[in-house]
Design a protein around this ligand. Structure first.
Ligand SMILES: [Zn+2]
Length: 74
C-alpha cells in the first residue's frame, strides 16, 4: 500500500508557518534516527514512515533505519 507521506506529515507535523506551491500548509516532523527536520515539501523518496500498533506515527530517513531500531521505538 502506498502511503502519501507528505500528507501524513501535513496531518501530524508541526506547522512551519509556510505554504507550499499548492497553497497547503508546510509542516515538519523530526527524523527518529538523527533528529533532523523532515518537511512535507522535502523529497520523501528516502524517508520511511511507520505506524505502530499503538497508533504512533514516525518518520525517519532510510539511512537512519538502523538507529531507529536500536532506540526501540517500534
Ligand atoms: Zn535521519
Amino acid at each position: 500500500m502506498m502511503i502519501d507521506k507528505s500528507a501524513r506529515i501535513r496531518a501530524i507535523g508541526r506547522p512551519t508557518g509556510n505554504i507550499d506551491g499548492r497553497k497547503r500548509p508546510i509542516r515538519e516532523v523530526n527524523c527518529q534516527g538523527c533528529g533532523e527536520k523532515i518537511k512535507s515539501t522535502d523529497d520523501l523518496s528516502e524517508v520511511e514512515y511507520v505506524k505502530t500498533k499503538r497508533g504512533s506515527e514516525f518518520f525517519f530517513h532510510a539511512a537512519c533505519r538502523d538507529r531507529v531500531w536500536q532506540h526501540g521505538i517500534c
